[in-house]
Design a protein around this ligand. Structure first.
Ligand code: GUN
Length: 278
């Protein structure tokens, strides 16, 4: 069966839109894009459109690729102080002359709707999560729709990035699963995947996970978005090879991608509510 991220995200957006319609002030999200990387520009445009759809106030801030670290930090500082803004997102990756970590740490943790600030990551590690990274949180929402109880399940996360792999592993651990974190250098990866009840693939290697690497009945979440030379988008999992064996699988595109953006809106509403209650 397919876990239809596009549909689940649509429902989430419509629930958010209903809540926003009742509010006096609109929740505000600012997205900073540095440079003109085409893939990042698409993501930022999609985020902006999603904000409009649910009735958020949205600011799309485009900065030149040669912005200095100081200029970028002062932009973040301006948004930290802006009362219309509840959430701040700096699209990653940043050009190599910029220090992304310092920029993330400059965001007010209460406006850190990406959940990347060390304070929010720390809370996730302590199982006291507040603002949670969007892709892993969106994956948890998707897993919940299958009705499968994660307690005690063998979950294998392939990829150990700060954006997906690491927080994903923590989310699964917080759900009391047994978690194995692998990366592109893991020895006998297929042996580890064979043990898995749930696989989350986030390595960025097109169609890496093969049909004979998995056991029947596994749930596969494919976070990979890889563009092949012919322009087609594929995940980290060889979808055609695994789909008859897997119990549940997410497609690419139309799987995790839309959930990341819907979860960003959810986080912005959370940050808004917390600010309003102060
Ligand atoms: N680049 C790829 N994924 C993300 C994300 O979730 N947030 C930000 N800020 N940048 C990204």
């Amino acid at each position: 069966m397919i876990i239809n991220g596009k549909e689940i995200a649509k429902k989430l957006r419509s629930s958010i839109a209903k809540q926003v319609a009742k509010l006096d002030r609109k929740p505000g999200l600012a997205v900073i894009l540095v440079g003109d990387d085409p893939a990042s520009a698409v993501y930022v445009r999609n985020k902006d459109n999603a904000c409009k759809e649910v009735g958020f106030y949205s600011e799309k801030i485009n900065k030149s690729a040669n912005i200095t670290q100081t200029e970028l930090l002062s932009e973040v500082e301006r948004l930290n102080k802006d009362d219309k803004i509840d959430g701040i997102l700096v699209q990653l990756p940043l050009p190599s002359h910029l220090d992304a970590n310092q920029v993330i740490e400059a965001i007010n943790p209460n406006k850190d709707v990406d959940g990347f600030h060390s304070e929010n990551i720390g809370k996730l590690m302590q199982n006291k999560a507040y603002l949670r990274p969007c892709t892993p949180k969106g994956v948890m929402t998707m897993l919940a729709t299958t009705g499968i109880d994660l307690v005690g399940k063998n979950c294998v996360v392939v990829g150990a990035s700060n954006i997906v792999g690491r927080p994903m592993a923590m989310e699964l651990l917080n759900a009391r699963a047994t978690v194995t974190i692998c990366n592109s250098k893991t020895q006998d990866l297929s042996g580890k995947l064979k043990q898995a009840d749930v696989i989350v693939a986030a390595v960025g290697i097109p169609k890496m996970i093969q049909g004979d690497w998995i056991k029947a009945g596994v749930i596969i979440i494919d976070v990979g978005i890889n563009r092949l030379d012919d322009g087609t988008l594929v995940g980290d999992v060889d979808f055609d090879a695994v789909q008859d064996k897997a119990a549940w699988i997410t497609p690419v595109p139309g799987g995790v991608g839309p959930m990341t953006i819907a979860t960003l809106l959810e986080n912005t509403l959370t940050a808004y509510t917390a600010r309003e209650e102060k």
